[in-house]
Design a protein around this ligand. Structure first.
Ligand code: ADP
Ligand code: MG
Length: 484
């Protein structure tokens, strides 16, 4: 039991369905806490899956996660700066085990380097994800995301929703008083992530007084509104326009000046200063050779990429595993107390290669699979292999391919039993596990970090009976916290 956490309101099923669920729906539809439904009719949004109440989270652990974010930002910027080509070497060898994706991205980077990369600045927009370890009350890192981090927009909305329901007394029955006296913070991620793009625009060198930001998106994306929230914040607070393009559309809707490498949006002729990727992290985002070519065009253009290919590749799970090796971490961070702070958020991650450590891990994976999750070099959910599925999976693939995976100790969070998940026309009280994400951004070139900031947070919850947690994939919901 995680100490004394605030109790949940107690309502009957009929009070929930007749009073609270309609409150959530109206607030969500009015304020854009929405997604497209699984089979989108693009004229209608659906209320995003959410919890009825904020989930209690220890303030100390919440603050711990926030306090390491700028350290992580700097660490990953340093890695992507690729001094000494450590990242290049690691990705080049990883590429062999994942030729269809990591390999192709790596190839694009090599081609871009040969052609010449004119823009030295890169923007990292990151999210570090954690589960709360019940034994130590420390947050432990699940993964570090360096491309297409999502839910920064909806996180602000769900915090506002829960705070509204509390402050207006909706959680208190008829008294009209707030139910929770403890803080229900609202994540500033919708604004701060927009600010990260605005900062990059500000650092972009151009003679044009107006430039635009290109959001690179997936066709048929269901989580459009989360992205739109950033676009509207970008315009409202910073006066910066944005356009949305799929990777497929780059060759028909943009053109590059061959002398300057500057890239323009063809319909308006406006210069694109920042290319912000909310696509390009999965093989299915590239349907033909032209699409790969288009990604290369963006990489060699003068626009600032958020992220560039190296920064994206630095988010490989293999890199996360390597950083848990003290001597590798030390080569990036000389300060021992910084290493200790980061290290307190690590769990053990083993290589699965032919090294001695790798051979030991292979044995662990086969003998004690229930302690582990096996991860390939993919993003976006649905790719991991959990617990007892691991041995059978390993046996089903050639042994030389095992090196492309990492074996990660399972973090043990405690389920929250009294919250209620509201999804489409249903709601259910079920034990949930919550994953805290902390956003951050960093603007850097090969030698210098110009900006390094925290950018808000996100809580996603999922039924504790499912291993995976993707909201867009239908496994989870957006949540917020009540700090205690
Ligand atoms: P993806 O790139 O697909 O998001 P993740 O590494 O984030 O992959 O894993 C997906 C989900 O699996 C996480 O959201 C979490 O619920 C669960 N998970 C991953 N690693 C661990 C771990 N070490 N301990 C417990 N759960 C984990
Ligand atoms: Mg994840």
């Amino acid at each position: 039991m995680i100490g004394e956490y605030p109790k949940f309101p107690e309502f009957s099923r009929s009070e929930i369905s007749e009073r609270l669920v309609p409150e959530i729906r109206h607030w969500a539809l009015t304020n854009g806490l929405i997604m497209y439904p699984p089979h989108p009719d693009f004229s209608q949004g659906a209320v995003a899956p959410t919890t009825l109440y904020p989930t209690p989270f220890p303030r100390r652990s919440f603050d711990q996660a926030i306090s390491v974010q700028t350290l992580y930002n700097a660490l990953y910027a340093n890695i992507a700066q690729d001094r000494g080509e450590w990242l290049s070497k690691e990705i080049a060898s990883l590429a062999e085990f994942d030729p269809e994706f990591t390999g192709r991205l790596w190839n694009l980077y090599v081609q871009a380097k040969e052609k010449g990369i004119s823009q030295k600045l890169a923007l990292g927009v990151f999210r570090s994800d954690y589960l709360l370890d019940v034994a130590s009350l420390e947050v432990k890192q699940v993964e570090f995301n360096t491309v297409s981090v999502s839910f920064g927009g909806l996180s602000t909305k769900v915090g506002q929703l829960h705070k509204f329901l509390n402050d207006t007394g909706r959680y208190s029955g008829d008294s009209g008083q707030p139910f929770y006296q403890d803080e229900i913070p609202v994540s500033d991620s919708a604004f701060l992530l927009a600010k990260s793009l605005a900062e990059a625009v500000k650092h972009f060198q151009t003679n044009n007084s107006i430039t635009i930001v290109a959001f690179i998106v997936q066709k048929g994306e269901r989580n459009v509104f989360d992205q739109r929230i950033l676009e509207y914040n970008l315009f409202e607070h910073f006066g910066i326009k944005s356009i949305r393009l799929t990777i497929h559309e780059i060759n028909s809707k943009t053109h590059v000046d061959p002398d300057t490498s500057r890239i323009y949006y063809t319909p308006s002729g406006e210069e694109i200063s920042v290319v912000y990727f909310r696509a390009g992290y999965s093989p299915s985002d590239f349907v033909n050779e032209q699409d790969w070519q288009n990604r290369l065009t963006l990489e060699t253009s003068y626009a600032i990429k958020a992220p560039n290919l190296l920064t994206q590749l630095a988010g490989a799970k293999k890199i996360q595993q390597l950083l848990t090796d003290e001597s590798i971490l030390q080569s990036f961070i000389s300060d021992a107390s910084t290493r200790r702070k980061l290290g307190s958020s690590f769990v053990k991650i083993h290589p699965m290669d032919n090294s001695e450590a790798g051979l030991n891990a292979r044995k662990l994976a086969l003998d004690n699979p229930e302690m582990f999750v096996l991860k390939p070099q993919r993003e976006g959910g649905g790719n991991n292999i959990y617990k007892r599925d691991i041995p059978g999976f390993l046996e089903s693939i050639p042994e030389q391919d095992w090196s492309g995976y990492i074996l990660m100790e399972l973090i043990k969070p405690e389920p929250t039993t009294d919250n209620i998940v509201v999804k489409a026309d249903q709601f259910a009280q079920e034990p949930i596990l919550s994953e805290l994400g902390i956003f951050g951004y960093v603007l850097f070139d090969e030698s210098t970090i110009y900006l390094n900031e925290y950018a808000g947070w996100l809580l996603r919850s999922k039924s504790s009976s499912s291993d995976e947690g993707g909201v867009a994939a239908g496994f989870g919901c957006v949540d917020s916290v009540v700090l205690y």
